[in-house]
Structure formats: C-alpha cells, structure tokens
Design a protein around this ligand. Structure first.
Ligand code: GTP
Ligand code: MG
Length: 1056
C-alpha cells in the first residue's frame, strides 16, 4: 500500500468545500493531486491531463482557474486511501482559512506529514509515530462508536462508514486502520467525516478495518473492528467489451455508416450464436425501430444455463454508447426514443470513473403532445425535447429491493391498456443477468399527455429519471438528481433509513419521498427532510400490492404537478452536471465551434422567406425561371408550330442571359459562413450540419407546423378544395427553410463558379465543395437530386458530386437502386428510414418535394453475392391525384419525379395509400410513371404497398391481392394513353408477382401517440420487406457504377 508523499511543495491551501470537484470520491492512487485556487466549473485539461485533478490550491502567484494555481515547483503528490472530503477536512482548518501566508503553508505541510503515514516510516518504526499510534491514554468505551458499515466492496476498493458519535464534542478525529491477514496495510487520520474510500486493495483478500477516535492530545479510544473480503473477480469494462466484440471500438468508435451497412444478416437468416453478435443484432433491430431490440440473448445459452454468462442489455447499451461516435449516439437515442425506450442521461465509465451526460445525443428528439391548457384549445405542442421545461421526477434505490423499481415505473407511466416497458427491468430477457458496467447509469424518459382525460395518466408532461444501482455507491449521480429534480422517490427498506442521518452537505432541492418497505412486503410513502435533522412523515397507509403502490405514486406525482413544481430542461441539467463534475457530451471544441458557426447564420433569421430572398439569392425566382427554360428545351411543351431548332435556340439565349444575371450576384454572408462550415474536417462538418439543421428547424417550426396541420386536415376533410390545398402547399414551400436550401444554393454557385477567375478564392472553395458533399453522402446525409421547388436537377452540380463520390470510393461504386413512389403523406419516407436507417425528412403534412438520394454501403463480404458495392435509395415526392392545373406545369412535377425514379431503379416500391379512397388514382398515376419510361429503361421489379393496414394472412390477404390485380388491369384497360403505348397487361411495364410483391404494412404506432411506441408488427413487416428487396437486388443482373448512373439521371430526366 503506497501511502507516500514524495514532495512537499504545497503552499497556502485555500480549498472551499463547494469548489471541490470530486466531492465523494477518493483521488485514485498514484494520480497526482493538483491543487488550485479559484472556481472550476467545467471539466478541464491541466498539463495535458484531462479531468483528473480535483483539488484546488492557490499557487505561488495566486490567481484563479485551473492552470493559474499550478505550482511551478509542483512534483507529483501520490496519495492513496485519501478521501477528498478528508483531505479537505485537513486543509480546512478553520483557523488556517483566514490566514493566507507562507506560515499557513508550513502548517498544512506539517499537518499533511502527520496524517499521511508513509508505509516505510511505519515499518521503520519511527519513534515518534510509533508513540502516537501505540499510546492509548484514557481509553474510552466504544459504545458511542456505531458499527462499521461497508457501503461498497469492489475488487480493489472498499467504501466504509461508521456512525456519528453523539457524545463527541469539539474537534475530534478518527483514526482508521486496515490490515490484511498478512500485515498492517495502512492507517489514516481524518476529521469530521464518517466515510472513507480505500483503494489499491488486493482482489479477493480479507481485510480488517478498525476505527477509533483521537482527541487533540492524541488520546485514542477503543477500536471498533470489522472485516470484509474484497470481490474476487474483477470484471472490467474491457472484459465486457471483449466479450461482446467491441474491444477495438473503444478507441476506434463505431460510426453510423458502418452500422447501416448491408451485411450478412440482411441476406441470410441471422442466428445469434455468440455474444459477439449482440451489438450488431441490437443495433440492426433498433435501426428498424423494433421494440424488442433490447431483448437479445445469444442462442448458445440454451446449453449454458448460468445466468452469469448472459449479458445484461443495460450493459450492452452502455458498452455501445461508450464505443459509438457522437453521431451514431445521436441516432441510437433518436431510435430509442421512437421505440419509447428510456435513454441514457448519465453514462458511467467504470474504467475512467467519469460520468458523461448525454445532451448532444438527445438533440434530435422532437415530440408532439397536448398538455391540459393546449387540450382545452385543441392545439398541439411540438417541441425539441432537450429545450422543453418539465418537472423532473427521479427514482432511485437504497440497498436492494424485492420489487423491480423499473417495472414499477413502467406501470406507473403506461396509459391504461397500453403497457410498455420503457425501462428495461429484471423480469425481461437477461434483465436478471449481472450488471457489470451499467450500474450508475441514469436513464431518462418522458411522460407526455395526448390531451384526452380518459387516456392520460398525468395531464401535464414530466421527465422521469431512473438511477441504476445503489445510491450509496453512486453518490454523485444521486446528488445530481437531488439538486435537479422536483421530486426524488427513494425505494428502500425501513431498516436502512439511518443512511440519511448523515446528509454530508448534500444540496437537496428536491422533495424527497421514501418508498419505505417492511421486508419487501408492505410499502409506505413518507416525505423526508434532513434539515435540521432527519425527519420522516408518513403520507400513505401501508400498500400491500403493486397496484396499490402505483396508485399511491400516481397520486403523489399528480399532487406535485398541481403545486407548480420547478421545471428543468435537459439543457439546464447539463449546466448543473458541469457544476457537479459530470462531463457533458457536447463539450468539445469541434462541437462548440460548429454551434457558433451555425448560430452566425440562424441568429439573423427573422422571417424565413425574406431570409431566402436576401441570403440565398441564386435560387428562388431566377433558378425557377432557368429551370423552366431548361426543361422546356427538352420537353418542348409550348413549341406550337415553331421550328424546334429555332425555338431551342431562343430558349438558350434566354437561359444564358439569366445565368449571366445570376453570376453577378455577390456571395452573401450567410452563404460564406455556410461554406466555411462545410469545407472543413469531417467531424466538424457533421457537427455544423447537424447544428444548422436543428437551428433551422427551430426557426421555421412554428409557422410550418401550423401549415402542416392545416394541410393535413384539408386533405382529409375537404380533398375537393384543391385551390386551398395548393395555396397552403405554396405557403409551406415559401416558409420552409432546411439544409437542402443551402445545398441548392451551393449547386447554383457551383454552376456559376466556372466563370469566375481561375485563381479566385471563391472559385477554389466552390471547387472543393462537391467532394465535401460526396463525403456527406457517405456520412449518412441525404442529397437532393431533384429540386422540388424548381422541378429541376442542377445537372453540373449533381454530376460533379457523384463523380467525386465515385473517386472517394476508388471507383468501386457499382450500385443498385431502390425507389419509392406513391401517395403523398402515406409514410414513404418513414418506411425508408425504418428499413435502411435513412434520414429522409418526415413530417405531419406533406413534406418530401422533388427527390432525395441516400447511399447505403454494402459490406465487403457480400459485395459479390449482392453484385454491388452500394445501394442508392431514392425517396420521392408524394403523388397528388387531384392537383390543380397550373400554367407552369408544376403540377406535372410529382409525376416527372416518379418517372425518373422508376427509370433509375432496380426495384420500385409503390405506396398505394393509407386512405383507400384515392387508391385507384394513385395506381393510375403510378402506372403512367412506369409507362413513360417503358422504352428507355428496363422493366423494374415492383412491390405494391399499403401502409397503415393490418391484414391477416390467409383468405383476407388473398382477396386483397386479387383486388389489387383487378384494379391494375382495370386501369390498364381503360387508359387511352397506355393503350396508345401498346400496354395491355401488367407485365408490359413491370415485373410483378402478386403472391410475393404485395405488402400490407401495419400501423406505425402501437396505441395512441405520444406515449405509443412503434409497433412491433410494423418493424417486423419492414424487416421482411427489406429482406425481399435485397433478395430482388441479388437477382437483378445489371451492373452499373456511379458514372453510368449519372448519365442515366441526365438521360432520363431529359426524356421523361
Ligand atoms: N398513424 C400512422 N402514421 C404514420 C404511419 N406511417 C407514417 N405515419 C406518419 O405520417 C406522417 C407522414 O409520414 P411521411 O413518411 O412523411 O410520409 P410521406 O409519404 O413520405 O409524405 P410525403 O413525402 O409528403 O409524400 C408522419 O408524421 C409519420 O409519422 C402509419 O402507419 N400510421
Ligand atoms: Mg416523404
């Protein structure tokens, strides 16, 4: 045991309790303790060492801040077995505090010397020390020293506490001594505290700990002694990671694009045979929004019945978070929230002993709900959850409990007839397996009302946190929750309440309620106060059953909600976390500077439409006009009797004139900030784009959300009122502002840049842009292929981006294409996102305009089997059956886009409709899209899809399939245009087998949103469809690479 202070350069020590960063932990053995003055609110790096130093001391020059107080003559101070609290108690001699002189430094040094008993000194039997330790004068009985308690016992560390001697008066210290069966290991004197953490112990060894009091004259009381065995198996983070095959990912983080890669599991039946397949299986299922994703266990366990060999899903999730990059973490959290799984708020890292708060990871969650006030006026709240201010209610436990806290919480938060396992609990698959790395995890979830009294458990929203593990071991997490929650509910046994006798300066803002159980049989709710002393007040009678307890909890929370509790947002929680010494996931330079850059753009936006006019000048009317001229030169709709060549020439002259005007536009400040944000390192660019996406959503949401509601309502209630529908559609287009608008601008600037002087800075930047944009596609961002507002493809730009992509892929860019077309707002984008983990925009009203592509790479192992290196997914604008006729042919856009998508695809999905009424119209429009490209492309494989529809197998299904074929034939027979094109049967335009290619996708939600998770049936259907589509791709023989794809895009777009 190395109790050793190797040098004595500590000067005037000026620590204030509030400034101690690691309040309840011991500085790890062999770590230097640096002591500074001033406040450290943020985790910091000192001398290249991150977050390790926790003590503060004024340096020779005084000053404040982490670096300021570092002693120039500092050399490592090795300390073991020393709780910061105790060190603090030594330093904080009240008399010393007021002083500030060299003398004080001396005194402290002396004090330190007397306290840290070096092992060498001990063994040498230094006369003085020997005396101090052996002379026991005035031995007092130990009745006032309560029993020693072991708060946590780990392989190398033991935390013990002892009672508070009631009869002790004045400053008296405790001498704690410990020895193994072999020898005395260490001894320490501490003051005012009754708890200590001792580390560097041997694994699986018996230790004897004794505590005695020592008065100012060095008189010792009798000792109280207790013994304990340290844990024999050391299960470290790396052990768990290597068991599940993530050992390399701790340093080399998993990324979203590797997770989305098409691999073996997508083409064959995947069997979960070893623990190493657990992460992949969990992630694949989660990406498909499978609510059973967490229930994974490897099959080999059937022979192996020892539950200790199982991996607890909470360990799996913790490991995955520790091994994923920030962007994958964000995606995991988003998908977990859609599945209504609780998400990690405080993530422990047992290796580094750091706790990380997830704020960035939660930034993408947006929820729609209806609190009582809004329910009254029948409007929804749509909010980004990290910014929402809700009361936080935390649930923790002291000791062990017979009932599952998490299961209890699930029952508490589930609406009637809609039970859902928000928190994973011990009665679920592998939920009883030992938790090796996830104790100390704090998860968060939200209860959000839908505005119906009969359904809602609580009329107001609330955030619920759940700490895994015992509060005695996870004091930091517990303290954080006590400071931030409106209420903390503590599950504990009646016999354990003594624990709260000693609050140790905890800052408790929350109302604390004990759920006190008598041997796990009955439960009583008691409010608890610790100031001035522990006092509990019973608030409920004894509850015997779970149902009774849940009712009592529900009443207790409802009452709290009625009393206007303090509210807090996740963003506020992060501020508090920093203060408590918890790291926050977005505290990195890259994230912060990206946020600042994005803010430079968004803070000047007052009106989105005006912003577009002023800052995104190259698009808008001029690009629309250019597009009209360009498409007219291919389609010749208005040529009339004119000579086509002459007509084309006249269009060309007008086009060139407009381009010249466009070129004269100056680069705007918003665009130059945007370009700075994009032309940079990959990580920084991803942060920037995500921040900008979030900020743009914030500035446009209110107006857009109301329009989307109106649009949806009109579509459902008055579909015949096309004039109004078109007007709202126009307004949505005017006020929407997304990343796509900035990339559109890039496209236009790029097309103009070739006319800029060769060495101009702007031209140079523009020339880098396509490669950055190609990398963006690889990072999982979608790219706009057809601009939905101008109904055109910026051909030069798209060509360059895809060529760059081809280069990045080192020419291994053989691709196959899956396309979706069909009824608007029928869940097409939602389906693609669930199927491939894509990020296509989804919204309540109409949303996708034009067409977007996303790239999914194929794992090297199956490239030969699948016959391609990547898959391009094309999401298209919904087909509008009753569109108003407009002069500019914009009503044709959806059909043109659909035709292009069909022509490019190997497999096409046609989403028929969620509302049966317009099914036939959609079929007709879809068939037209196939007809247009009949002669220019191969006939693609086609799947017809009805979303939001549960159809059982058997007779019902057969009947429906038959109806579909009949409808298709009917359309073909009655359609004069198709007749003219010589189409008489389905197989003339597509490959379609009604037995395998017609699909019924069950409703997305299981129950009533916002508390409804995605339904397991939806996810299963999506999974089956994905397997089928990939099987189809395998069959398709065509081998086209990106360069060829580009020419196809141009060819078909001009031809449709
Ligand atoms: N109730 C219910 N809602 C769904 C279902 N599928 C999708 N949605 C919701 O419907 C809305 C529209 O979904 P999108 O995926 O944007 O539909 P889309 O077909 O891509 O829409 P457009 O691109 O505008 O044509 C979203 O709010 C989805 O959450 C479903 O099966 N049931
Ligand atoms: Mg869509």
């Amino acid at each position: 045991m190395g109790l050793r202070i190797s040098s004595w350069y500590l000067m005037a020590v000026r620590c204030e309790p509030a400034l101690i960063r690691e309040e309840h932990r011991v500085p790890m053995a062999n770590l230097p303790i640096l002591v500074f003055s001033g406040k450290c609110q943020l985790p910091c790096t000192v001398l290249g060492c991150k977050h390790k130093p926790h003590l503060w001391m004024s340096g020779q020059g005084g000053g404040s801040g982490p670096a300021a107080g570092l002693l120039p003559s500092y050399s490592p101070l090795h300390v073991s077995c020393m709780n910061v609290e105790s060190l603090k108690s030594i330093f904080l001699d009240k008399k010393d505090k007021s002083a500030g002189s060299k003398d004080k430094g001396k005194r402290v040094n002396e004090s330190l010397k007397s306290i840290f008993l070096d092992k060498k000194d001990k063994s040498a039997g230094s006369k003085d020390k020997g005396k101090r330790r052996l002379v026991v004068k005035n031995t007092r009985p130990l009745d006032y020293l309560l029993q020693i308690k072991f708060l946590s016992v780990e392989p190398n560390t033991v935390v013990l506490s002892w009672g508070c001697p009631q009869r002790l008066e004045g400053a008296e210290s405790f001498r704690v001594e410990w020895k193994s069966s072999k020898a005395v290991e260490g001894c320490i004197l501490i003051k005012d505290f009754h708890k200590i953490e001792i580390d560097n112990l041997q694994v699986g060894q018996q230790y004897f700990f004794s505590v005695a009091t020592e008065d100012e004259d060095g008189n010792l009381s009798e000792q109280v002694t207790a013994s304990v065995f340290t844990e024999s198996v050391r299960v470290s983070l790396s052990d768990v990671l290597s068991r599940i095959g993530l050992e390399d990912q701790y340093d080399n983080k998993l990324t979203l694009s590797t997770v989305l890669e098409i691999n073996h599991d997508d083409i064959s039946e995947n069997k979960l045979e070893t623990a190493k397949s657990l992460p992949d299986t969990f992630l694949k299922r989660l990406m498909m929004l499978n609510t059973n994703a967490r229930s994974v266990r490897c099959e080999s366990r059937e022979v192996d019945t020892d539950k200790n060999n199982d991996i607890n899903p909470l360990d799996l999730i913790t490991a995955l978070f520790l091994c994923s990059d920030r962007f994958l973490q964000q995606d995991i959290v988003l998908k977990m929230a859609l599945c209504q799984f609780a998400v990690p708020l405080l993530l422990p890292n047992h290796e580094t002993r750091e706790i990380i708060m997830n704020l960035w990871s939660m930034r993408e969650i947006v929820r729609i709900f209806r609190p009582s006030k809004e329910a009254f006026i029948e409007v929804n709240c749509e909010e980004r959850i990290v910014n929402s201010n809700f009361p936080l209610v935390s649930f923790v436990r002291l000791g062990t409990t017979s009932l599952s806290k998490s299961q209890m919480l699930n029952k508490l938060l589930s609406n009637a007839n809609q039970y859902h396992d928000t928190f994973y609990h011990r009665n679920m698959l592998c939920g009883d397996a030992p938790r090796r790395i996830s104790d100390g995890l704090v998860e968060i979830s939200w209860y959000l009302p839908c505005g119906h009294r009969s359904t809602d458990k609580f009329p107001e929203p609330l955030a619920v946190a759940n700490l895994r593990g015992d509060i005695r071991t996870f004091d930091k997490q517990f303290s954080f929750l006590c400071q931030t929650s409106a209420a903390v509910y503590i599950f504990c046994d009646e016999s354990e309440t003594d624990y709260f006798n000693n609050p140790e300066g905890k800052d408790v803002k929350a109302k604390v309620i004990l759920i006190s159980s008598a041997q796990g049989k009955t439960f009583t709710l008691k409010t608890m106060t610790t100031e001035p002393c522990l006092k509990t007040t019973i608030v409920t009678q004894k509850k015997k059953t779970d149902a009774e307890l849940i009712k009592a909890l529900q009443e207790s929370i409802s009452k709290m909600l009625e009393n206007c509790p303090d509210k807090v947002s996740v963003v506020n929680l992060a501020d508090r976390a920093r203060w408590c010494g918890i790291l926050v996931d977005e505290d990195s330079d890259e994230c912060h500077s990206a946020w600042k850059n994005a803010g430079k753009i968004t803070k000047r936006i007052v009106n989105t439409s005006k912003f577009k006019d002023k800052q995104l000048t190259s698009q808008g009317q001029i690009w629309k006009k250019l597009s009209e001229l360009e498409t007219e030169s291919w389609r010749l709709r208005k040529v009339g009797n004119q000579n086509t060549d002459v007509y084309r020439d006249s269009l060309k002259i007008k086009t060139e004139e407009l381009r010249r005007t466009q070129m004269r536009f100056e680069m705007t400040s918003a665009m130059s900030t945007f370009l700075n944000g994009v032309v940079t390192s990959e990580v920084q660019r991803c942060y920037f784009l995500k921040w900008l996406e979030i900020d743009l959503d914030t500035v446009s949401r209110n107006k857009l959300s109301a329009l989307q509601d109106q649009y949806k309502e009109l579509r459902q209630k008055c579909p015949q009122d096309t004039e109004k529908i078109v007007e709202i559609d126009r307004q949505m287009s005017v006020c929407s502002l997304r990343l796509d608008h900035f990339f559109r601008e890039c496209g236009q600037l790029y097309e103009c840049a070739e006319n800029l002087p060769e060495h101009s800075r702007q031209r140079k930047t523009m020339e880098q842009l396509p490669a950055q944009c190609a990398q963006m596609l690889l990072d999982g961002f979608p790219l706009e292929l057809v601009d939905g507002d101008a109904a055109n493809i910026p051909m030069k730009w798209i060509t360059k981006v895809l060529t760059e992509l081809h280069n990045i892929m080192q020419s291994n860019s053989i691709l196959k294409v899956i396309t979706i077309i069909g009824a608007e707002n029928s869940g097409k984008s939602t389906l693609l996102n669930a199927m491939f983990g894509a990020r296509f925009a989804v919204s309540k009203g109409t949303c996708t305009r034009g067409a977007f592509i996303q790239l999914i790479t194929v794992n090297k192992d199956i490239r030969t089997a699948l016959g391609c290196d990547c898959i391009v997914i094309i999401d298209t604008e919904g087909l509008k059956p009753n569109q108003m006729f407009q002069d500019d042919y914009s009503h044709e856009r959806d059909k043109e886009v659909a035709s292009l998508a069909v022509a490019l695809s190997d497999v096409t999905i046609v989403s028929v409709s969620r509302d049966n009424c317009i099914e036939k119209d959609i079929l007709e429009t879809a068939l037209h899209a196939f007809t247009r490209v009949k002669n220019v492309s191969n006939t693609p494989q086609c799947h017809f899809l009805r979303t939001n529809m549960s159809v059982r197998e058997g007779e019902e299904r057969k009947k429906r399939d038959k109806e579909l074929v009949e409808q298709l034939n009917e359309v073909i027979q009655n359609d004069t245009w198709m007749k003219k094109a010589n189409i008489t049967k389905i197989s003339d335009v597509m490959e379609f087998d009604p037995d395998t290619c017609s699909w019924y996708i069950p409703p997305l939600w299981q129950g009533t949103p916002p508390m409804a998770p995605v339904s397991a049936n939806y996810s299963e259907a999506v999974h089956a469809l994905k397997k089928q589509l990939i099987g189809d791709l395998k069959k398709s023989r065509e081998r086209v690479d990106l360069t060829h794809f580009i020419s196809k895009v141009e060819h078909y777009w001009k031809g449709v």
